[in-house]
Design a protein around this ligand. Structure first.
Ligand code: NAI
Ligand code: MG
Length: 332
C-alpha cells in the first residue's frame, strides 16, 4: 500500500496528522509519501502544484488530503481542480449519516444518504473569460461525463436502498436537461427507482425531509453546495468526509476547507479527516478495519472527548490520540 499524503494549508496541517495517528494504530504495511501542495507552497515557490507532484500522486495507490487555501487571485489555479481533472476523479462521494452521540441542529437522526457529485465538469469547467466589465464561466455538461456519474450513482443505489434522486435545474439550464435525461435513462437500464427534484427545492427538502433520500446524483456546483448544507444535519463541517473516485485513482479528503479562522489554534475537529481515511480503508476493501475506526470514533465522542465545534474542550491532537488509543485497544 502506497499512499500520497497531502496536508495542504491551514487546518489541513492539523487534521491530517491526527488521521495518520489513527491509521498508524492499525499497523498496516503502508508507505506514506508526503507531498507538499497548496497556497503555502505557492507563496514560497510560485507553484502550488508541479508536474513532478502530479507524477507522484499518480504513482501512489491513492491520496489522503487535508485542505488547501484558494486565494481569490486570478493567477492562482485551483490545485483541487487540477488534481481532479488530471487524475480524472469524476465521482465525488459524500456520505451523510448521523454519528452516534452527536445531534445536528435539526435534532433528527433518521437519515442516511450519499451525495454523488459530478466532479470534472459543470460550472467548474475552468473555461472562463474575464474582461473589465463582464466575466463568463462556461457550464459544460457532456454525455460521457453524465453517463459515467449516473452509472456510478445507480451502482451505488443498487448496493443500498435502490432509490435515486436526480437533482438539477433543467427548467432554466439547458445543460441540465441533458444531465437529467441521461440520468433517467441510466436508471431505467439499471432498474433503479428514481425521482428528480429542482436544486432549490432540494435545498429545502434536504433539511426538512432528509429521510426521503438514499443516493442523490447531481452536477458539480450543486453537489458542492448541497453537501456543505447537509453537514448541518450531521453536526457540522468537521464531521463530513468525502472520496473522489476515478477509474485509476482515488483521493480522500474532508469536505471542509483550510478554515483560516481557526488554523494554528489546535482546535480543528479531526473527525472528518479520520472518516475520510476510513473511506480509504473501505476503498482498499478493509471493511472490518473501517468499522473498527468508526467504533473508535463513536466511543471517543461518547466519552465527551470532542473539539469546541461540538461543545467540547479537547484539542485536535487529543481527539486523534484518543481515537488511535481506542483502535489499538479494539485490535487487542
Ligand atoms: P471552511 O470549510 O474552511 O470553513 C468554514 C467554517 O467551518 C469556518 O468557520 C471553519 O472554522 C469551520 N470548520 C471547517 N472545518 C472545521 C473543522 N474541521 N473543525 C472545526 N471547524 C471547522 O470554508 P471557508 O472558510 O469558506 O474556506 C477557507 C478556505 O478553504 C478557502 O481558501 C477555500 O477556498 C478553501 N477550501 C478548500 C477546500 C478543500 O481543500 N477541499 C474545500 C472548501 C474550501
Ligand atoms: Mg466545498
Amino acid at each position: 500500500m502506497r499512499i500520497a499524503v497531502v496536508q495542504g494549508d491551514g487546518i489541513g496541517k492539523e487534521v491530517i496528522p491526527a488521521a495518520l495517528e489513527v491509521l498508524d494504530a492499525l499497523s498496516l504495511p503502508i508507505e506514506k509519501v508526503p507531498v507538499e501542495l497548496g497556497y503555502d507552497k505557492w507563496k514560497k515557490t510560485g507553484y502550488a502544484i508541479t508536474e513532478d507532484d502530479l507524477d507522484i500522486l499518480k504513482e501512489c495507490d491513492c491520496i489522503l488530503f487535508g485542505a488547501i487555501t484558494t486565494p481569490p487571485d486570478p493567477a492562482y489555479k485551483s490545485v483541487l481542480l487540477t488534481i481532479r481533472k488530471e487524475l480524472d476523479l469524476y465521482a465525488n462521494i459524500r456520505p451523510i449519516k448521523p454519528i452516534d452521540g452527536i445531534m445536528g441542529i435539526t435534532e433528527r437522526n433518521d437519515f442516511n444518504f450519499v451525495i454523488v457529485r459530478e466532479n470534472t465538469e459543470g460550472m467548474y469547467s475552468g473555461i472562463e473569460e474575464i474582461h473589465e466589465d463582464v466575466a463568463y464561466t462556461k457550464r459544460v455538461v457532456t454525455r460521457k461525463g453524465s453517463e459515467r456519474i449516473a452509472e456510478y450513482a445507480c451502482k451505488l443505489a443498487k448496493k443500498r436502498q435502490k432509490r435515486l434522486e436526480i437533482v438539477h435545474k433543467s427548467n432554466v439550464l439547458k445543460s441540465d436537461k441533458l444531465f437529467l435525461d441521461i440520468c433517467r435513462h441510466t436508471a431505467d437500464i439499471h432498474n433503479v427507482e428514481y425521482h428528480d427534484t429542482l436544486v432549490d427545492t432540494m435545498a429545502y427538502n434536504l433539511i426538512a425531509h432528509p429521510n426521503r433520500y438514499d443516493v442523490i446524483v447531481t452536477t458539480n456546483l450543486f453537489g458542492d453546495i448541497l453537501s456543505d448544507l447537509a453537514a448541518v444535519l450531521v453536526g457540522g463541517l468537521g464531521l463530513v468526509p468525502s472520496a473522489n473516485i476515478g477509474k485509476k485513482h482515488a483521493f480522500f479528503e474532508p469536505v471542509h476547507g483550510s478554515a483560516p479562522d481557526i488554523a494554528g489554534k489546535g482546535i480543528a475537529n479531526p473527525i472528518a479527516a479520520i472518516l475520510s481515511m476510513k473511506m480509504m480503508l473501505e476503498w482498499y476493501q478493509l471493511t472490518d478495519l473501517a468499522r473498527l475506526v468508526q467504533d473508535a470514533i463513536e466511543y471517543t465522542i461518547n466519552q465527551n472527548l470532542v473539539t469546541p465545534d461540538l461543545g467540547g474542550k479537547a484539542t485536535t491532537n487529543e481527539v486523534g490520540e484518543a481515537i488511535a488509543a481506542r483502535v489499538k485497544q479494539l485490535i487487542g
